[in-house]
Design a protein around this ligand. Structure first.
Ligand SMILES: *Cc1c(COP(=O)(O)O)cnc(C)c1O
Length: 553
């Protein structure tokens, strides 16, 4: 039995307990476990006010609201309580369950310390996801790691592998060390997946704070785990894990740069997406007809060439039309069905450079007026405390106004409150999926995989998964120079922007409007090259063969 620990989880649109790719990946992983009959149980936290509901004023200011949800409708409370300590405060933890059902049923356990009798400070931990750093975050992570271990014990699970998906659950090793007695034994049971490509992204807490909060658990010598006065959870998780893995081939080298002491043993398993969730229903109909069995065995997607071109285009255009309707209902951008549509949707934060394509408005307008019309649809939330991310949303809104005063050849819209359901339509309904993060900061990325298996062409920086999956001019296009796996130089905005505008004007727009046969060929290439590999069925198989195998010894 595998215990899969995650801080955020994207299972359903109505369960707003995820912030982005990490959460949707966790959801996709559980769907594949269940389909593939892998014995697994997932542990996460219940956030009663969810992540963040986004509204945007006409001037582009993001307003942040609680994402309240009816968790009692989705989850069932178990008749069970365990005890854990925060400092010397003994607190109770309750647990709710949810089942992902398929060939085997995967249980998801939601920890809840917001119960009668607990300290108000502890009860607040189940309020919001990624609400605060510092003590609040440390306590959430104690709740996840130690509370999760306790709940699994209380329910009688015999766990062979504890999978820490990101380091948020690393305090779990404290309990394992008590139970198993030595580092060597703990390492036979734990694996750690790191997703974070920048040193500053790794959770760390002052050692004194950790010692105080965990003082009851005194069998671990925190001074030995300390780095410059801090406990770094990624280092803690790595040290106690028998296997550490990065999330793309490229990211393996990035991780080796951040943690040179681990470099030797780092494995990589490239992320995937759960094809049955992310291939749009319209396209699924085609796949069922021309590649029956693709849902159980996505390798069959390599046969996409057998789909008649006109059918593929017709289905794609139906989804696109649905997207255009949504844009026109929610904004005054006046999109049309027959214009080249470019999608840009993900967390809004500086390294993602969400607004890059709008950097030089005059150039963009000139391109569209000379080569062919375009429409661009944006979506994505900035973290409530990410001031620069919020500035970027505001900038996009300002550019929308500016462009509207100049031309009708470029139309731009921003859709509020990006989430799973919107992503399913938005990603499949665009013609081109644009992703231009700054190299080398994209650990993997998954939205481009979702696009690719719908026949939507990727236009992306050569980083993360795209360095592995992208073939220039065959299943999409790259932006900026293509680095070697080991090359960690940062991309330069001007250079990337030049390449972005150049390919848009001379390759993408002309192919779309004047070489439709070639465009459909690229769509099929995209399905056939991206579908068979970048799915969570393949990913889960690789976890078993490369990572979980430590549990067999
Ligand atoms: C897939 C997905 C993401 C991840 O997008 P990236 O472009 O890979 O960062 C984020 N949010 C939602 C809702 C998604 O479905």
């Amino acid at each position: 039995m595998i215990a899969y620990f995650v801080m955020e989880l994207g299972l359903e649109d109505n369960m707003p307990i995820y912030s982005g790719g990490l959460g949707t990946l966790a959801g996709d992983t559980l769907f594949s476990y269940a389909d593939m009959d892998i014995p697994a149980v997932c542990v996460t936290l219940l956030y009663k006010r969810g992540y963040n509901l986004q509204k945007i004023t006409p001037h582009g200011m993001q307003l942040d609201f609680d994402a309240l949800w009816d968790y009692k409708r989705y989850l069932r409370k178990l008749d069970l309580e365990v005890e854990i300590y925060f400092g010397d405060k003994k607190q109770k933890v309750a647990c709710w369950e949810y089942w992902v059902r398929s060939k085997s049923d995967v249980r998801v356990l939601f920890l809840d310390a917001d119960i009668e009798g607990n300290d108000p400070e502890i009860r607040r931990l189940n309020s919001k996801l990624y609400f605060d750093d510092g003590l609040y975050r440390l306590r959430q992570e104690i709740l996840l790691g130690i509370g999760g271990y306790r709940v699994l014990k209380a329910l009688g699970y015999a766990i062979h592998i504890y999978h820490m998906n990101e380091s948020h659950s690393a305090f779990l090793v404290v309990e394992l060390l008590r139970e198993l007695g030595s580092l060597e034994e703990v390492r036979k049971r734990c694996v750690f997946t790191t997703h974070t490509p920048v040193p500053a992204g790794h959770d760390r807490f002052p050692v004194e704070m950790v010692k105080e909060e965990l003082k009851v658990y005194d069998h671990i010598d925190w001074d030995k785990e300390t780095e410059e006065g801090n406990i770094n959870l990624s280092l803690l998780a790595s040290k106690y894990s028998g296997k550490v893995n990065a999330v793309s081939h490229r990211h393996k080298f990035v991780t080796a740069g951040i943690f040179p002491e681990l470099a030797e043993g780092i494995e990589y398993v490239t992320n995937g997406v759960y094809h049955k969730r992310w291939v749009h229903e319209e396209i699924q109909d085609l796949f069922n007809e021309y590649m029956p069995g693709w849902d159980e065995n996505p390798i069959l997607l390599q046969r996409a060439y057998e789909i008649p071109s006109e059918l593929l285009l017709r289905k794609h255009n139906r989804i696109k039309s649905e997207l255009v309707n949504l844009v026109n209902k929610q904004t005054d951008a006046s999109f049309s069905d027959d214009v080249l549509t470019i999608g840009v949707a993900r967390r809004v934060t500086p390294y993602k450079r969400n607004d890059l394509i709008l950097r030089d408005v005059d150039r963009l307008v000139h391109i569209a007026e000379s080569f062919g019309e375009i429409q661009i649809v944006f979506a994505g939330k900035a973290h409530p405390r990410d001031g620069l991310g919020k500035e970027m949303i505001k900038n996009i809104f300002e550019k929308i106004k500016l462009i509207r005063g100049k031309t009708k050849a470029v139309k731009v819209a921003f859709l509020e409150n990006y989430g799973i359901d919107m992503a399913r339509l938005l990603i499949a309904g665009c013609d081109v999926w644009l992703n231009n993060p700054k190299r080398p900061y994209e650990a993997c990325g998954t939205s481009g995989m979702k696009a690719g298996m719908n026949g939507v062409l990727n236009f992306s920086t050569w980083d993360g998964w795209w360095l592995e999956g992208g073939i220039e001019g065959v299943n999409g296009w790259g932006i900026g120079p293509k680095p070697s796996w080991q090359d960690m130089t940062e991309s330069k905005d001007e250079e990337d922007l030049e390449d972005l505008y150049g390919k848009l004007a001379y390759v993408i727009i002309p192919t779309f409007y004047r070489h439709r046969d070639e465009w459909v060929r690229l769509m099929k290439n995209s399905i056939a090259t991206i579908g068979p590999y970048f799915n969570t069925h393949r990913m889960v198989s690789e976890y078993i063969s490369k990572v979980y195998k430590i549990g067999l010894r």
